[in-house]
Design a protein around this ligand. Sequence first.
Ligand SMILES: [Cu+2]
Length: 143
Amino acid sequence: MRTSHRTAIIGIALVLAAAACGGGESKPADASAGGAAQSAVAATGTVIEISATTDDKGSYYEPKEITAKPGDVLRVKLITGVHNVNFLPDSNPGKAGLPAATAFLQLPGQTIDIPLTFGEGDFFFQCDPHAALGMKGRVVVKK
Ligand SMILES: [Cu+2]
């Protein structure tokens, strides 16, 4: 009895560990975006993929204008370069509950999911090292 109970706990821990280090390919609600601070609100909507690239045209998100519904997930995928996503408070005055700046994406193909669980409106984001070079985007969240 006691042994099987312990086995069950270990099993649960393994499942949680596996979920925590998932690559983010298949689980829209996975808040794998570099750690703890993501919202606990369920993200149940569409996954919207955005690429982050540095090439001879510069550093940019594609697309950089996005329309989404509350609960959709922005999935930012690194193509080349090193980029992050920051919904800078200065760019979003009056907005509450903005997600924390993400970790840097450094490996091509790596993704970060950002659940759009922080309200409706126009939200501006940027890549911190490349914002001055125009690496910015906007998501319009509307029901
Ligand atoms: Cu960048």
